[in-house]
Each structure stands twice: as structure tokens, then as C-alpha cells.
Design a protein around this ligand. Structure first.
Ligand code: ADP
Length: 428
């Protein structure tokens, strides 16, 4: 069956967030890591979210990657392409949102492209083309000091125009409030006037549905998870996608093997989750110092410890430590070197655990899970129901060998019993 929605996301965590949003709306969604191989075999789905790391690379490299992703999605029949960007519109005058949107506009044959990072539920609203983060305009929010993309102008019409080759218009709130037909009419008028893109206002939740419905009738849109939500509701509402109930049993069906948790997040939430898990499963605390100075020995010892216990139930291996201990290690070896050594160590442990028969794996930490997923060479995930807000159950797809179920939890997500809850949903 051809795809209904193809998404190209400019970073991994944004991609997961969007994939989770689509799945919660009943859209069967697969998330790929990077541009997939032509031969990648995927189950029947309505949406594929291609995760790239293109937000802060040079614009010409971002365009090349995005066009390769578009080729792949087009070959699978995607009838609408969403270019997923950050809800704070992270970009510079050199790109990448403008150049990538324009390249996709040409590739999809789109006329005008609706663009909006609005997501009222998460405090991102757009009025008269100005983006607000909570109660303040973008240029007064912490984003003004972002190390890579400082955002010093809240007027997204100007921001996008500076990065674009043509005119950028506005679909004002008064049109959005009148519904999808008024948005479509305004977009058509702006296209007549020579605009290649238009910032679309959005202040209230129902605005997303009006924008989503208007966008779904066009080949291309650019926006954040709020636009993804609007598109999902429009596609389900129009019957272009059949609402599927997210079902944990289906995702984890037929997956045997052992279970493990690997943690590298040092957030307060993760430290508490590890402490709670100690009552329920064997926990091994890694030495960050040893992971820097004697990585092979430390990883080997951890895997030996795990192999002796895996047949009796889940195990947890954590590099995570309290802020004072982390600061000590960072002072000795440098922040980046310490972080990378620990990420390499936890990724090698994830790989060793899978080699030892683990098929249900919970990874705690954004960077930690990214490093492990890359090391495990997982090409794609089928996105399942949520374990906790923002953390879906995932099943690997397109990999040689047996499938696995995973949870990738970033730092502060999940309640104190997150690990037990995740393992239970994985069928353990
Ligand atoms: P979060 O999602 O909480 O930000 P991440 O995995 O993204 O978690 O980041 C945690 C970082 O801290 C990783 O780079 C990890 O390797 C590093 N780290 C984990 N444990 C330690 C430790 N004991 N000492 C120093 N760095 C650590």
C-alpha cells in the first residue's frame, strides 16, 4: 500500500516526538534512522518519518540529504511531505529551513508551502507571523542565546524570507479561525501574488486542524509536531488513513529473549528510576572513570556480570551518577571526552547484551540511546503505544535477524516506576 504521509525530520529526537504524535492519533508510523536503503523492507504503514541530523549542517549538505530522503518517500507513493523542524524554528540566515523548504518545493512540484511551528499545547503560538515561546516572543526566550542558532527575531516571515529565494506571505489568525477553506483560499491568493511560502498563524488547538486540513490538500508543508498533529487528524478525518488502535501486545508479539536496561542519563528522574528498580532487579553501577581509562575491561566485566544473570530476569546496567560525581569525572578527563567514553561504553554494552540474547531493551538518556541505536545498526522502528508521555514502545524493522522491542527514554521522562512499566509492556 502506498504511504499517505512522508515526514523528513531535521533531528532524531524531533523525529521521535513527531512519530509518537502521529501514532497516538492512530496513524501507523515507522521511524527510520537516516535515509533508508532502497531495499529496506517495511511493514504496511501510513506514515514514515525519516530521521536526519541536518538541523545545523551547511545548507547544501542538508538539501542533498533531504532530497535523498524525499526520493525514497516519493518512490513509496507518499502523497504529502512534511518537513519537520524544531518548534522554536532553529535556523540561521544561511538556513536550513528556507533552502530545504525551497528544494522540496521544487522536488514535489508544490506551489506555495504553508509553514508553521505552532503547537499551543506546548506553549508555541504564532500570531501575525510572530512566534511566542510560552509568554514571551522568540527573541526574548532562552533561544536568543542558543549556541548554534541564536533566534533574535520573532517575526518568522522575516526570518524565513532572509533564508529564502522568494516572497514569504502570512495566513493570519482571522483566516485560520474561519477554518480550512479560508486557509486554503488565503494560500491560493498568496500564491497568485508570487509567494513561495507563507507563515500560518496558530494560537488555539483547533487552529492545528484547520491548518492540517488545508496543508493535507497540498504536496508539501513545513512545521513542527503541532502541524503533524493537524495533518494526522485531517488524514484520519478524511478517511485517507484508517485509525488503528495502538496495541502493545501486537508490537511485542512473538518477541522472546531476555530483557535489560542500560542507563547513561544522569537526570534526577533517571537516578530515581534506577533507585526504584534496585528493589526489583539486579543493578550494576559502572565506573565512568574505568570507562575512560580501561574501556575494554569495564565493558567486558559488565557483560560477564549480565550473562550470569540474564536467564533469571531483567538486569539494569547504569553509568548514571549524581551531579557531583559527574563533575569530578568531567574535571579529570574533560566534559566531551568523558561523555563520549561513557556513550561508547554503554553502546558497547548494549551491543554485547543483544549478542547475549537480549531482545527487549530499555535505554535511558538521549545521547546514550542515540549512540546505542547507531551501534546496533537499527535501520527503522515501528512506533507503538506510549509507555509514558513522549516515550513510545518501539519494534525494530528491516534488520537482519530477530526483531527486538525497545524504549528510548530521554533524561527527565517517565515516572519512578518507568523501567518496570516499560519491561511489562514489552511482555516481561
Ligand atoms: P539525558 O537524556 O538525561 O540528557 P544523555 O544520555 O543525553 O542523557 O546525556 C548524558 C551524558 O552523560 C552522556 O553523554 C553520558 O555518556 C554521560 N554520562 C553518563 N554517566 C556519566 C558519568 N558517571 N560521568 C560522566 N558522564 C556521564
Amino acid at each position: 500500500m502506498p504511504l499517505t504521509l512522508g515526514v523528513i525530520a531535521d533531528d532524531y529526537t524531533g523525529a521521535s516526538d513527531l512519530a509518537n504524535t502521529l501514532s497516538k492519533e492512530g496513524v501507523r508510523t515507522v521511524q527510520t534512522i537516516g535515509v533508508p536503503d532502497d531495499g529496506l523492507h517495511l511493514p504496511d504503514t501510513d506514515a514514515v518519518v525519516v530521521s536526519l541530523k541536518s538541523r545545523s549542517i551547511p545548507a547544501d549538505e542538508a538539501v542533498a540529504l533531504v532530497l535523498a530522503a524525499h526520493q525514497w518517500l516519493k518512490a513509496r507513493g507518499a502523497s504529502h511531505i512534511l518537513f519537520k523542524v524544531c518548534s522554536t524554528f532553529d535556523s540561521t540566515d544561511a538556513g536550513n529551513i528556507g533552502p530545504v523548504t525551497d528544494a522540496l518545493r521544487r522536488a514535489t512540484g508544490a506551489g506555495i508551502v504553508p509553514v508553521t511551528p505552532a503547537f499551543p499545547e506546548t506553549g508555541r503560538t504564532v500570531y501575525m507571523g510572530h512566534l511566542f515561546v510560552g509568554t514571551v516572543p522568540l527573541n526574548e526566550s532562552p533561544l536568543k542565546d542558543h549556541p548554534l542558532n541564536p533566534m533574535t527575531d520573532s517575526d518568522l516571515k522575516r526570518v524565513l524570507a532572509r533564508q529564502s529565494v522568494g516572497k514569504v506571505g502570512l495566513v493570519p489568525l482571522k483566516d485560520v479561525a474561519r477554518g480550512a477553506a479560508a486557509v486554503s483560499a488565503r494560500l491560493a491568493q498568496l500564491e497568485q501574488e508570487g509567494c513561495i511560502a507563507a507563515i500560518v498563524d496558530g494560537v488555539f488547538d483547533p487552529d492545528l486542524e484547520a491548518v492540517g486540513t488545508a496543508a493535507a490538500a497540498l504536496p508539501l508543508s513545513t512545521g513542527a509536531s503541532g502541524l503533524g498533529l493537524g495533518l494526522a487528524r485531517a488524514l484520519v478525518g478524511e478517511g485517507r488513513v484508517l485509525r488503528q488502535a495502538g496495541d502493545g501486545a501486537t508490537i511485542a508479539a512473538g518477541i522472546g529473549g531476555s530483557a535489560a536496561v542500560v542507563a547513561g542519563s544522569c537526570s534526577a528522574a533517571t537516578l530515581e528510576q534506577i533507585a526504584v528498580a534496585e528493589a526489583a532487579m539486579p543493578v550494576l553501577r559502572l565506573s565512568a572513570e574505568r570507562l575512560v581509562t580501561h574501556p575494554v575491561e569495564e565493558v567486558g566485566a559488565a557483560l560477564g556480570w549480565a550473562r550470569a544473570r540474564l536467564q533469571d530476569g531483567p538486569v539494569l546496567i547504569a553509568a548514571s551518577d549524581t551531579p557531583d560525581k559527574v563533575a569530578e569525572v568531567q574535571a579529570r578527563f574533560g566534559r566531551t571526552a568523558a561523555g563520549l567514553a561513557v556513550e561508547h561504553g554503554t553502546a558497547a554494552i548494549s551491543e554485547g547484551l543483544v549478542a547475549a540474547g537480549v531482545r527487549r531493551l530499555v535505554l535511558a538518556g538521549g545521547e546514550t540511546s542515540g549512540a546505542s541505536v547507531d551501534r546496533l545498526k537499527i535501520p527503522a522502528f515501528l512506533v507503538g503505544p506510549e509507555i509514558a508521555p513522549g516515550v513510545p514502545l518501539l519494534r525494530t524493522e528491516g534488520q537482519a535477524g530477530e526483531p527486538m522491542v525497545l524504549a528510548l527514554k530521554s533524561g527527565n521522562f517517565g515516572g519512578p516506576d518507568f523501567f518496570a512499566k516499560a519491561l511489562k509492556m514489552m511482555g516481561h
